[in-house]
Design a protein around this ligand. Structure first.
Ligand SMILES: Nc1ncnc2c1ncn2[C@@H]1O[C@H](COP(=O)(O)OP(=O)(O)OP(=O)(O)O)[C@@H](O)[C@H]1O
Ligand SMILES: [Mg+2]
Length: 387
């Protein structure tokens, strides 16, 4: 079984948006409370005006919450940012160009920094600042209005830069954790391969050295038996011949065990692969499935390896199902995940290599996926044929 799904590399955008939501709502609360407590800006205000201002502030918070927490589509988030900008400017105008409440524009700038490239974000911020200036001008001297607006321009640019840097940093961390997972899988496979190679070496040595000498000993004892007439010497020669044959059989059995039957190796290696991926994998490998061909076992193992690596890299899945079966002269391996899938699938080196390997043995590869509905890989290999 793999480790918990919590070990998955986090979605960088989601991570930054979570931080933005908390700081955004905190900033909104601080600015609103400050505006409520700042008596001079509220003196002589009619209750209806107060109510309208509160409604505008509540609408700003609600839009911020929805845009940052729930909306995935970039264009919708931009529309909601524009709505927040209008609400921030209206709220500000209702408080006679309150210089502190203008801080709400920073929250809009931070959201825009996550949706648009730098150049467009700066243009947006400039337009936002022009809007702010037009709200300040009726209530402040030109010098003061310009001073506040230019100050907020710098803060907004800072907000855009900060969110972009946070996004890049989270993306870099995500890439690093994927690389670490790949490294972990490769290390597990390498150590398994080197263990296997060592055992193969020992098996070869045993077969070539001990096996050879024991065969020679057994043949010589056979000759000795023929040459030994019935008498007291014959019984020990017969026992020696029997012991030599037993030893030879034992060595052959040990060599066979060290080389390992392909299906035993396949099951063990598949479990090693599964243990190295960061997503829980439910393995269904019925005991009657017997992969007696080492080449087919290797192709299926490489298929599983690439599929599981892809799950770790692309899927953001919380569960994988891996089923190996055997029916109608075909070996089958289905690997399904419940991750984000893909709207359009373009084969890279991984999937192409997998397909080429399977087809070289007369097999096939089918991939089914839809955005949000995970991905299923179906590999089929004929039990007989080229190998
Ligand atoms: N389990 C999956 N979930 C979602 N998308 C996937 C999954 N597996 C593959 N993909 C998509 O299919 C594409 C092709 O995968 P493929 O393995 O061929 O290339 P790759 O993983 O991008 O790079 P590499 O050549 O290093 O394997 C991926 O880039 C990814 O978009
Ligand atoms: Mg791949």
């Amino acid at each position: 079984m793999g480790r918990s799904a919590n070990d998955l590399p986090p979605d960088p955008l989601r991570e930054v948006r979570r931080g933005l939501l908390l700081t955004g709502l905190g900033t909104w609360l601080a600015l609103t409370v400050h505006s409520l407590l700042a008596v001079p800006s509220r003196e002589g205000r009619a209750p209806a005006e107060e109510g309208l201002w509160l409604a505008v502030m509540a609408a700003f918070a609600f839009t911020l919450f929805v845009a940052v927490k729930f909306v995935e589509r970039r264009s919708t988030r931009l529309w909601l940012a524009a709505l927040q900008l209008v609400l921030a400017l209206v709220g500000n105008a209702l408080l006679d160009g309150n210089s502190v409440l203008a801080g709400l524009t920073l929250l809009v700038a931070a959201q825009v920094g996550l949706c648009l490239p730098v150049g467009l974000s700066v243009l947006w911020v400039l337009a936002q600042t022009a809007g702010l200036l037009s709200v300040f001008l009726p209530y402040w001297s030109v010098t003061d209005a310009w001073a506040y607006a230019s100050g907020y321009l710098c803060f907004q640019l800072f907000a855009v830069t900060t969110t972009r840097v946070a996004l890049r940093e989270a993306e870099a961390r995500g890439r690093l954790s994927v690389l670490l997972e790949e490294l972990r899988i490769t290390r597990a496979l390498l150590s398994e391969a080197s263990r296997q190679a060592e055992r193969l070496d020992i098996a070869r040595d045993l077969h070539d050295v001990a096996g050879h000498h024991l065969s020679a000993l057994s043949m010589n004892l056979q000759v000795a038996l023929h040459l030994t007439p019935d008498g007291p010497a014959r019984a020990p020669v017969e026992r020696a011949d029997h012991v030599a044959r037993c030893l030879l059989a034992d060595v052959r059995q040990t060599v066979q065990g060290l080389r390992g039957a392909p299906d035993v190796e396949f099951t063990r290696d598949l479990k090693v692969l599964i243990g190295a991926v960061p997503v829980p994998v439910r393995l269904n490998l019925p005991p009657d499935v017997r992969i007696t061909c080492g080449v087919r076992a290797q192709v299926l193992l490489r298929t599983a390896q690439e599929a599981l690596t892809n799950v770790a890299r692309h899927a953001r899945a919380s569960q994988v199902w891996l089923t190996v079966g055997q029916a109608d002269g075909l070996l089958s391996m289905d690997i399904r995940d419940d991750g984000r899938g893909a709207a359009e699938l373009r084969f890279g080196c991984g999937l192409s290599g997998m397909q080429e390997r399977l087809e070289s043995l007369g097999g096939t590869l089918h991939v089914h996926t839809e955005r949000g509905a995970g991905l299923t890989l179906q590999a089929r290999l004929p039990l007989r044929g080229p190998a």
